[in-house]
Design a protein around this ligand. Structure first.
Ligand SMILES: [Zn+2]
Length: 331
């Protein structure tokens, strides 16, 4: 339920809009492309980032058939002018909508929204729903704003109304400019960002006020579950700082939301399963990127879980999050 995809060809938005550092692709050799951020090289990607057939074949090697796809967070472009951001989102969503129509048994799509403008975001959410999408992916903060901000409440309300699930993915990691060396924004910043998002949604009362929004958090919820003891203790010992917008303990929200399985560590996944249960942990790979679980779910198969538990993690948990049925994907 957590894989990334990009159209093979992107408009040169930086030139078109005349500002910013929008992503475009330069196909410098067969099967590979440079992701360019404005004029700056961002990373090299391979055809498994855009070619649906290559992706299906790579997944088949690990007996996996269905991928929930969403954009790559660097394409969120929340910093862009609202109407430009909405244009980028529409382009990316149309690509995924088309993909899902062509391969309905292999792909499920999550939309991206111009979160810098709540009205445009809701309009795009409604369009995504109408086009058959089951959910969206958003960043862990929006231009530095936490997801607890009341300005986002209308979006949660719309997600409840339209039955759209939400994947929260870390991006624009806090303090990243201070920790550029050793890939620390990815290794340290991302788990912290996801924890920031979960704590914001709990402490800000979003999960309490909008209980029907089905949130799923990337990378097993970052460091939220491993550090929940500290978070809960803070809630108890300094309610004057922590419990100001929601008087309910953070621990009581376990099993309310979903997390993916991308831990690279069976012991940690076992620990997370103890708190979340198999119905709230879904197979997430972060494919096709190197930090992902690219031997899809193999470490989970080697854990001492029974077949029902594995089936929950590999399939039932994601289906419940998406509100879809297994029968829709059987040939
Ligand atoms: Zn990811």
């Amino acid at each position: 339920m957590h894989t990334h995809i990009i159209p093979e060809h992107l408009p040169e938005w930086t030139k078109k809009f005349g500002y910013g550092t929008f992503i475009h692709l330069e196909h410098h050799k067969t099967g590979f492309a440079h992701m360019m951020q404005g004029e700056k090289f961002f990373r090299e990607i391979a055809s498994n980032c855009w070619d649906p057939e290559v992706r299906i074949a790579e997944y088949a090697k690990f007996n996996t058939k269905v991928q929930v796809v969403c954009t790559i967070p660097v394409l969120f472009s929340y910093w862009a002018k609202p109407h430009d951001g909405a244009g980028v989102a529409r382009f990316l969503n149309d690509h995924i909508i088309d993909l899902v129509q062509k391969y309905p048994k292999n792909y499920i799509g999550l939309g991206t929204l111009p979160m810098q403008d709540i009205e445009l975001a809701i309009a795009e959410l409604e369009r995504c729903r109408k086009e058959g999408m089951r959910g969206i992916q958003i960043g862990s903060n929006i231009n530095g704003k936490n997801l607890s901000e009341t300005g986002f409440f209308p979006l949660w309300e719309a997600c409840e109304k339209l039955n759209m699930c939400v994947l929260v993915h870390p991006w624009e990691m806090m303090g990243q400019d201070d920790i550029k060396k050793y890939w620390l924004p990815w290794l340290v910043g991302m788990p912290a960002e996801t924890t920031r998002a979960i704590c914001s949604l709990i402490f800000g009362g979003v999960m309490e006020r909008f209980p029907k929004v089905r949130f799923n958090f990337a990378h097993a919820g970052g460091s939220f579950i491993p550090t929940l003891g500290r978070i809960e203790h803070g809630f108890n010992c300094r309610p004057d700082l922590v419990a100001i917008d929601n008087a309910i303990s953070p621990r009581s929200y376990l099993k309310h939301f979903w997390v993916d399985s991308a831990t690279h560590d069976p012991d940690l996944l076992q620990y997370i399963l103890r708190y979340q249960g198999t119905k709230r942990v879904s197979l997430g790979t972060d494919y096709p990127f190197p930090l992902g679980d690219l031997e899809i779910g193999r470490f989970i198969e080697k854990m001492n879980l029974n077949p029902e538990e594995i089936e929950d993690i590999f399939c039932n948990s994601a289906l419940e999050w998406l509100d879809m049925k297994k029968e829709d994907f059987l040939f």
